[in-house]
Design a protein around this ligand. Structure first.
Ligand SMILES: O=C(O)CCC(=O)C(=O)O
Length: 285
């Protein structure tokens, strides 16, 4: 598939087989430009706040207001960006992020993969990865490593969406095809700066590692049991901006991290259940 091709919905039987066998799918051109721009705006507001704080603390002088989203955090905050964490969630819980979860082709694809109403999951992350930054290099893990063994039989598809084009030089993702068939494996906290959960190298079938370069508009969907990681960012002055969002097969256990234990259910598409309005979703943050 070249980068100009767009995913057709419904997903083909080959894609459904790939999902079943490999535990991931790379969907081309399923995220509209307007949704991507909305997410970028939300992230840009957080960058504004970070830069204001650094200025107030006397760490920087020039706010670089004229700089583009792709480089501003790097050029202005540089190594001080680390103190604002490796990823952001509550700060970017905005209507634009809600809208992204509703992108029609994504919702169609998720509905087909889960076979149920489309339900949103509360875990999403804004992921700025700066060139040369160790903090944001994410080691091999399953998302269920974070959700606990209770999620083993659940389907919680992750959708990873880059906000700039990505490849193996600037921190794209890799997946281990078929690893979702391992069940939940043991995770431990890595020694490196990010302190992410990781699995032992012996669990990685190197012959089945797939590197996933992606264009704007593409979405990488993977199973909560699929082993994946992000590569270091070794080139250019462009920040590798990305967002990962999640859905839930209706009726499945969402894992240990779920709306602070409330029974709130985020209904995105249903014929029989009331769809959650943005106002109600915003109240959850
Ligand atoms: O964006 C990244 O660098 C890592 C993403 C990831 O591991 C995830 O979404 O689970």
């Amino acid at each position: 598939m070249n980068t100009n091709q767009k995913q057709k919905i419904p997903l083909s039987s080959e894609q459904m087989d790939q999902w079943e066998n490999d535990g991931y799918l790379l969907l081309k051109g399923v995220v509209p430009e307007s949704a991507i721009n909305g997410v970028r705006d939300s992230f840009a507001s957080v960058v504004d706040g970070i830069i204001r704080e650094l200025k107030e603390d006397g760490i920087i002088k020039d706010e670089g207001s004229e700089l583009p989203f792709e480089t501003r955090l790097l050029q202005v905050a540089g190594e001080h960006a680390n103190r604002f964490g490796r990823s952001w969630r509550n700060q970017v819980a905005t209507p634009e992020i809600f809208d992204l979860h509703h992108a029609p082709l994504l919702v169609d694809a998720i509905g087909q993969l889960t076979g149920t109403d489309v339900i949103g999951h509360p875990v999403f992350n804004a992921r700025p990865k700066l060139p040369g930054q160790q903090l944001t290099v994410v080691p091999w893990h399953q998302d269920s490593g974070y959700f606990g063994t209770v999620s083993e039989s659940s389907l919680i598809p992750t959708v990873w969406i880059p906000l700039v084009p990505v490849d193996e030089s600037n921190g794209c993702l890799q997946v281990v095809a078929g690893s979702h068939q391992l069940g939940v494996v043991n995770h431990h906290t890595e020694e490196r700066e990010g302190k992410f959960l990781e699995v032992i190298d012996e669990l990685i079938d190197t012959s089945r590692i797939v590197t996933c370069p992606m264009a704007l508009g593409d979405a990488l969907v993977f199973h909560n049991l699929t082993l994946h990681r992000s590569l270091p960012h070794t080139t250019s002055e462009i920040i590798r901006w990305a967002i990962d969002i999640r859905y839930l097969r209706d009726g499945d256990h969402p894992g240990t991290i779920y709306w602070n234990d409330s029974d709130f259910k985020w209904v995105i598409r249903s014929q029989t259940q009331p769809v959650t309005p943005v106002t109600q979703w915003l109240e959850m943050w």
